[in-house]
Design a protein. Structure first.
Length: 91
């Protein structure tokens, strides 16, 4: 995908915000830990990176659930497959 730097940065910040929210509310991290986890997962990629933004192909909710519960969360905790309204309201 081709996007401007401003578009990329906006998307990056939004996904970091969502990931950190999940890590606080479902992962039990304090705000600083949650933000650090979000920045680590959603590291800035330079414009020339071959697959820049590939991490955006799934929502922050999914990536955070994988980090918290592992790859079987969709089977073991099907109630967590869809994010709650509070998550969706973060936009």
């Amino acid at each position: 995908m081709t996007w401007t730097e401003a578009e990329y940065d906006g998307y990056l910040q939004a996904e970091r915000r969502r990931y950190a929210w999940v890590m606080r509310h479902y992962g039990g991290l304090d705000p600083e830990e949650a933000q650090a986890a979000a920045v680590e997962w959603y590291a800035y990629e330079p414009a020339e990176a071959t697959f820049r933004g590939l991490v955006f192909h799934d929502e922050a909710w999914h990536w955070a659930m994988l980090a918290i519960h592992g790859q079987d969360y969709v089977v073991e905790q099907p109630e967590l497959v869809q994010p709650p309204a509070q998550y969706d309201a973060l936009d």
